[in-house]
Structures are given as structure tokens and as C-alpha cells.
Write a protein that binds this ligand. Sequence first.
Ligand code: CAA
Length: 261
Amino acid sequence: SQTYQHILTSRPDPSVTLITLNRPKALNALSSPLFAELNTALLAADEDPEVGAIVLTGSEKAFAAGADIKEMKDKEYADVYKGNFLADWTRITTLRKPVIAAVSGYALGGGCELALMCDIILASPTAKFGQPEINLGVIPGGGGSQRLTHAIGKSRAMELVLTGRNFSAQEAERWGVVSRVVGEGEGVVVKEAVEMARLIAGKGRVAVMAGKEAVNAAYELQLAEGLHFERRLFHGLFATKDQKEGMAAFAEKRKPAFTHS
Ligand code: CAA
């Protein structure tokens, strides 16, 4: 398997790829080389037929402390504009398989935005989220002002983006940014995220992909169009073996054996 310099990849279960951001000395600051590796690993996992779900994590101290400020600080407008700086960050949102972020410690700036681009976020009680870009004389550039506003509403997003203050795991849970805060302890959030990924990977994967597409459509479509899209996806699943198996298994009071087809 491929070796990386700024990330680690492993298979805690044959059906799960775990990607760990690994620039400990820079609190996993998201440099361009790191992001290039991350995108390669994400695409490899998305294309791997054995893999049903992906977990993305950092360290106990930092999920990621943002874009790499030292790499950015001398860039000029023409550089960032011509190079479309940060455009390649959204690759993760094009994945078909679910991505679960397991967040401990700092998830600031681009780190918060990266977590928000994942499908599900689990947080350790130590997680500290925030969009501190205002303190650097800029604003979020990786979707923070948009995805956070969708997630928590205008007033809270405005406060966070304009003051740059961090918000806690508890606030993130209360506001619905994260699906839940796990118990305390080293490695707990990764363990639970991997367990959730394994659970999802065991479902019919055609249905999982359709479910992800349908939920994501809720962010792009008006309600009537979204409901139509959902119903058509639902209809389409009646063409799968997994629908026949899932419903037969229920009627026969046994566990389904999905073949992801
Ligand atoms: N970029 C580059 N290096 C970073 C970094 C970042 N975003 N965050 C931390 N580091 C580096 C520090 O410079 C330091 O390196 P040195 O040892 O070489 O000095 C090392 O990581 C450890 O950091 P600290 O000594 O600062 O650790 P701390 O525990 O005292 O503080 C912290 C932790 C509060 C997270 C602090 O590091 C911090 O404020 N980091 C920057 C957070 C930030 O502003 N993020 C937004 C970046 S802009 C962005 O992301 C734009 C966007 O929308 C895409």
C-alpha cells in the first residue's frame, strides 16, 4: 500500500478505511502537500470495493488547526486567484461513500471546515471548534461561512465568524453541528467512529449511497424537488437485490445478507 508523509491510513476493519492526519508538530495544519495526500487517500478508499465507509481523524490535541498559515502568509491575490487556492479541498464532498469525522482537540478554521464537509461528525468532549480567520485579517475560505450557517443558523454563524471565538463540543452538540459527543478518554471518539463506519458498511451499499445522496440533496434543492428526488431514488432501490434480500429477511425473521448489488 501507498506510503504518505502527512497522513496515515489503516484498515481497522476490512470494510473501513481510517485516515489519520499526521503533522503533529503543526497541529495538523492543512498544508497543500497534506491535502494532496488526503485527496489521494480519500479517492482510493472511495474506489476500493472492500470499503464501505471512511473515518477521518487527527490527534488527541488537534483534528486540524486550520489551513497552514505559514504557507499562506506571503501569498498574493494573483497567486491564490490563479491557483484557485482551496478549490481542491472540496474533493471530499464528491465521495460516494460516507465519511465520518472523529474530532478531538482543535478543529479550527480549515479544520472546522473539513469536519463540516464530512457526512457525520462525532466529537470527543475535548473538541474545540471555531472559525478564527477574522483574527488573521481574513474570513473562512473552505466553506465555513456557508456550511456553518446551514448547520446552526445566521445569528450563531455570524457571531462565530465575526468574533472568531471557539465553540465547545457541548455547544456543537446542542446546535446540531455534531451528531453526538462521545465519552471521555483517549481514542474513544475514533473507536466509536470506526464502529459506526463498520455498522454502515454492513448495510446494503447501494442503499447507503442513495441515502447519502438524498440527505445531501436537502442542502441543494427546494422541498418539493427534494421529496421528488428522494422518492425516485427510493423507487430505484426496488431494482436491487439488497431490497429483495432485506425485505425477505424481515419477513422470514432472519438477518439480511446484503451483497451490495
Ligand atoms: N498553520 C501553521 N502552523 C500552525 C497552525 C496553522 N494553522 N496552527 C498551529 N501551528 C503550529 C504553530 O505555529 C506551532 O509551530 P512552532 O512549534 O513551529 O511554533 C505548532 O503548530 C504548535 O502550535 P502552538 O504552539 O500555537 O500550540 P498552542 O497549544 O499554544 O495553541 C492553537 C494551539 C490555539 C490551535 C494555536 O496553534 C492557533 O491559534 N493556531 C492557529 C489557528 C487558526 O488561526 N486557524 C485558522 C487558520 S486560517 C484558515 O484555516 C483559512 C481557511 O478558512 C481555509
